[in-house]
Design a protein around this ligand. Sequence first.
Ligand code: FAQ
Length: 337
Amino acid sequence: MLAEPAPAGTAQPPDAAHVTEAFEALLADGERIEPRDAVPDGYRRMLVRQIAQHAHSEIIGMQPEAAWLTRAPTLARKASLLAKVQDEAGHGLYLYSAAETLGVSRAELLDALHSGHQRYSATFNHPALTWADTGAIAWLTDGAAVVNQVPLCRTSYGPYARAMRRVCQEEAFHVRQGYDVLWALCRGTPEQREMAQDAVTRWWLPAVALMFGPPDTVAGGADERAAAMGAALTRRSIAWGVKQHTNDELRQRFVDNCVPQAERLGVRLPDPAIRWNEERGHYDFSPIEWRQFRDVLADGSHCARRRLAHRVAAHQDGAWVREAVDAYAAGRDGEER
Ligand code: FAQ
């Protein structure tokens, strides 16, 4: 049964059962849910949380690579990095617009990000130390984003699914761009090859672990309780057609994609457990210890504080643009009256 239980001590609104019934009928018919459709509160909350976290990740995720715009080695590299960083800002905008159709404003969502009430992917709480990081970020984190987000093009909520189609096309291009940066370095001087290897070594685990969320396959081990909770949430998400696959299935797909690409590049993935498993038809890799990321997840790292402070400063610096837009709109309203 998909209906959310009413919070303790509150009565279900009288038409909640009808809303759930009509909503489930649409899902069962394979129809998209659109902004005009009434939806259960739990579905709306789940989507606002996921879309907001996603939008925040895009606009914070711009920062590590943007730090290299002024130091790109050639004009062509600078132009393509600039376009990539602008694409990420655009993804944030499509996603905030999709969230607005669920009755929450962009200003509210940005406030929640700035005050720490909503999260962004902790992947971006890692620093970009050298030019090679722009290659590793685009190859690995955008590569993970494509694996995670292509299924979201078929997610049950129409505005989110439509935003994801464009996002995925652009992310796929970013992966090629990152691969090309690494390819050039791997065929350069020994120092350049070393720089590429170092960047891949540092970005591998953040991409594998954090871009797919917590483990949701319960197989014993230290994170078993967390995985059980994650599995329950994932089941709910799949039943509502928001996600199509578990986090762990997508993580496996990502590892399977990357191993042969790393071999072609000539870089080593920093996980001694990676090896082809004939029986499973997949690459084995080390289990993800979610607790290992406690600091970056708790937004307690130096890098996390810098990311948020930079974002808040950019928002404050842009206040005059928002005021000018409001003044222009008010002037036009006056003229029309
Ligand atoms: N970092 O939320 P659940 C991109 C928290 S796109 C920090 O149940 P789920 C493109 C989570 O908030 C990147 N916190 O996990 C780009 C929650 O805590 P709370 C984003 C995290 O839904 C590339 C708790 O853990 N992609 O970056 C993280 O199963 C390059 C429990 O987790 C999407 O958003 C984390 N990584 O999986 C941009 C795609 N993960 O709120 C620039 C859509 C979890 O209870 C440069 N989203 N937490 O306090 C999804 O697929 C999922 O929401 C996941 C999370 C996979 C992100």
